[in-house]
Every structure is written in structure tokens, then in C-alpha cells.
Design a protein around this ligand. Structure first.
Ligand code: ATP
Ligand code: MG
Length: 372
């Protein structure tokens, strides 16, 4: 009879010194042994729980990923190759820019953790499952990572879209293995793009596989250990099954940055170049209206590179670059912009008219009005 634990595989893993892989293998074995040998299953489970992961070993540095992420998994079908663990300097993970209400919600989560013992005396447990929703590039993944660093827990992320596309048919068991692994020690597990599996069950495209996955998730959410934190993230809250949504302890909504947050983000992303760009910040704020943090970061980095690489045409380039959204502006916004270009940025009236599509006559008229 084939044993649930393959001694050769286990030896290989043990000798390779990869703790994360050993834990994952054992977590899978615990589930399998539950029916065939419950006593051994319990013993291994206890061992996993009593020996929390030493983060240095669990978190391996990646050679080729600039996020310092590594992909956990062994070779063959026991792999969970899509589970990434992040080893960015955990203690110093940069804090995201947050709205006041978001900041309050997150500090509540941290506070509950820190006072878990006091809470448990009253039969209360800290929040252990959260769903993040919001448009792309506003800090859902970043905030999950930051929370892990604040709680000093290892951080793992599983992109469910990737899991779905590569492992259809085996997704259920892969998801289970990831969940077992995450439950075996205190950590933060981010299930990214949860809508990929959590589509409303009425959706025609949903086949049995998706339904089974939702069921797995529902069961797991009920029993997520309060020493760990499960975070799910989605850009499409409307696609997530309400039955699943309700099971999360907390819902956190992220939004596009306000003008104040855009200003903070610009200042942050300018880094050491802040001084060189101070003149352009008002124009940047206007130009980045409606952009996500991640787009703002990209645009600022592009400008910073331009300043170094094209110093002679920098002024012309930056104006052109920042004014790429004039088509979506209202006429009065364009007129305002044209006059500001002339007054604040010393652009010629001809150039301002060309860049904004506002006639020179209108610009002149507006300038005269301003002088009155
Ligand atoms: N609130 C924020 N404060 C500071 N930087 C941010 C913020 N949000 C996003 N960024 C920047 O944009 C990058 C991408 O953000 P992140 O991956 O967290 O977005 P997301 O909301 O998870 O997007 P998606 O829905 O596409 O997964 C971050 O690495 C960071 O550099
Ligand atoms: Mg994300």
C-alpha cells in the first residue's frame, strides 16, 4: 500500500533545508492522513503548530525578481508553484498612503492583534479574514504586505487568476494545499484576484470546479486561525459570490487618490528629485487627476528619467507629457490651464494655445480679466 508520506521525497526536502517546502509537504500529508491514520495526522499537525516557521528560512530570496519574492514549491505535482513569499525587509516595508478612514480600519486590525490575549479572556477573537476591494493600482497588494510587516508575520500571496489558468482541474487540491500550509503557522496569506474563483454561482460560465472552490473557501473562512490573517483582494466586487463575501470578518474599500493624496504621492515618488520638480508639482497634480497611485508612480519616474536623459528639451517634454489629458478636460479647465501655463510656467501664449487647444484670443482675454 502506498504510504501517505513518501520517505524519499521527505528526505530530499529535509536535506535541501527548504523549510517552506517541508511544511507544505507535511501540511498536505496531515490532510491525507486524517482519514487513514488520524493519530499520526494529529501528531504532525501539532508539530507544525508548536514549531512556528522561522521566517528567515521560510522566506527565500529570489534571484530574478525585483520584489525579492520567491516562489514556494517542490518539483512535481506536490508543487504549489504559484504561492509567492515575500522577503522584502519585513520590518521596513514602506507604508502606503491611506485615507483617514482606511488608516483607522487598519490600525484597528493591528490593535486587535496586539491585544488578542485580553480579547480572548472575554471570548473575543481578533479579525482574521478581510476582503480588500478597489480599482487597480491603489494599494491593495501593497497594504496587505505592509500589514504583514506591521504584524511581523511572513507574507504569502497567491494569484488566483494564475492558479485558475494553469491548474484547472487540480485547482481545488492546490488551493487546499496552500490553505493547509498557511494555516500551519501564523502568517498573512493574500488571495489576490479572488473574483477569479469566487464568481457568483449563478454565472453560466461557472462549472462544477468553480462551485467546489467556492465551497472550499467558505469552509476555510469559517475556521481561519485567529493567529493568522487571510486577506482576499478584488477589482470586481460585483463578481464575488455574496455568500462568500459575507463570511469575511471585515470589508475594506480602497479608492483612487484624492487631490491631497495625489500631492503626497507625487512628493513621495519624486524622492531625491523633489527640489528639481517643485516648480512643476501644481501641473502634475492637475495632470494626474483620476490616475491610480501606480500610474502616478510610473509617470513620475518617467519624468525623472527624462530630466536626466534629455536635459535640453526637458521643459518642452514635461509640458507635453503632463498635458496628454487635455482632451478629457472641460473647456473651462483647459482655459485655466492655458493661463496658468503663461503665468506660472512662463510658456508663450502661442505655445500655451497649441498645447491646450484654447485660442490665443481667449487666453489674452482671460489674462486681462485676471489682471483686473
Ligand atoms: N496607497 C498607495 N500608497 C503608495 N503607493 C502606492 C499606493 N497604491 C499603490 N502604490 C504604488 O503602486 C504599486 C502597485 O500597487 P498595488 O499592487 O498595491 O495595487 P493593487 O491595488 O493591488 O492593484 P491590482 O488591483 O492591480 O492588484 C505599489 O507597489 C506602489 O508602488
Ligand atoms: Mg494587487
Amino acid at each position: 500500500m502506498k504510504s501517505e508520506i513518501d520517505i524519499v521525497t521527505l528526505s530530499k526536502l529535509a536535506l535541501s533545508g527548504k523549510e517552506a517546502d517541508i511544511r507544505m509537504y507535511l501540511a498536505k500529508a496531515v490532510r491525507k492522513l486524517r482519514t487513514t491514520d488520524p493519530e499520526t495526522s494529529k501528531k504532525i499537525e501539532a508539530l507544525l503548530k508548536d514549531n512556528p516557521a522561522r521566517s528567515n528560512e521560510v522566506l527565500r530570496k529570489s534571484i530574478n525578481d525585483n520584489h525579492n519574492s520567491s516562489v514556494l514549491g517542490t518539483s512535481g505535482d506536490s508543487a504549489i508553484p504559484l504561492l509567492k513569499s515575500f522577503s522584502d525587509n519585513i520590518a521596513n516595508y514602506p507604508s502606503p498612503i491611506l485615507s483617514t478612514s482606511l488608516e483607522e480600519q487598519l490600525s484597528q486590525i493591528i490593535k486587535e492583534r496586539k491585544h488578542a490575549q485580553v480579547l480572548s479572556k472575554l471570548g473575543l477573537t481578533p479579525c482574521s479574514s478581510i476582503i480588500f476591494q478597489g480599482p487597480p493600482g491603489v494599494g491593495k497588494t501593497m497594504t496587505a504586505n505592509w500589514l504583514a510587516s506591521q504584524l511581523q508575520l511572513p507574507f504569502y500571496t497567491l494569484d488566483l487568476t494564475a492558479v485558475m489558468s494553469s491548474y484547472l482541474g487540480k485547482t481545488g487540491s492546490n488551493l487546499r494545499a496552500v490553505i493547509d500550509f498557511a494555516k500551519s503557522h501564523p502568517c498573512v496569506l493574500l488571495l489576490d484576484e479572488i473574483d477569479a474563483i469566487a464568481k457568483k454561482r449563478s454565472d453560466d460560465a461557472d462549472v462544477g470546479e468553480l462551485k467546489r472552490l467556492v465551497t472550499v473557501m467558505l469552509q476555510e473562512l469559517e475556521s481561519w486561525p485567529s493567529t493568522g490573517l487571510l486577506i482576499a483582494a478584488t477589482n470586481h466586487p460585483e463578481l464575488v459570490d455574496p455568500a462568500l463575501w459575507r463570511r469575511f470578518d471585515l470589508e475594506v474599500s480602497f479608492s483612487l487618490p484624492s487631490t491631497e493624496q495625489t500631492t503626497l504621492a507625487i512628493n513621495n515618488f519624486l524622492g531625491d528629485d523633489l527640489e528639481h520638480f517643485s516648480h512643476w508639482i501644481p501641473l502634475c497634480i492637475q495632470a494626474f487627476k483620476g490616475d491610480s497611485y501606480s500610474n502616478i508612480k510610473k509617470r513620475i519616474h518617467k519624468l525623472r528619467k527624462m530630466r536626466i536623459l534629455e536635459p535640453n528639451s526637458f521643459e518642452k517634454q514635461i509640458i507635453k507629457n503632463l498635458l496628454s489629458n487635455t482632451e478629457t478636460m472641460t473647456r473651462s479647465e483647459r482655459i485655466d490651464l492655458a493661463t496658468r501655463l503663461v503665468l506660472e510656467f512662463k510658456t508663450s501664449q502661442v505655445k500655451a494655445s497649441e498645447l491646450t487647444g484654447v485660442s490665443r484670443d481667449t487666453i489674452r482675454k482671460k489674462l486681462k480679466e485676471n489682471q483686473k
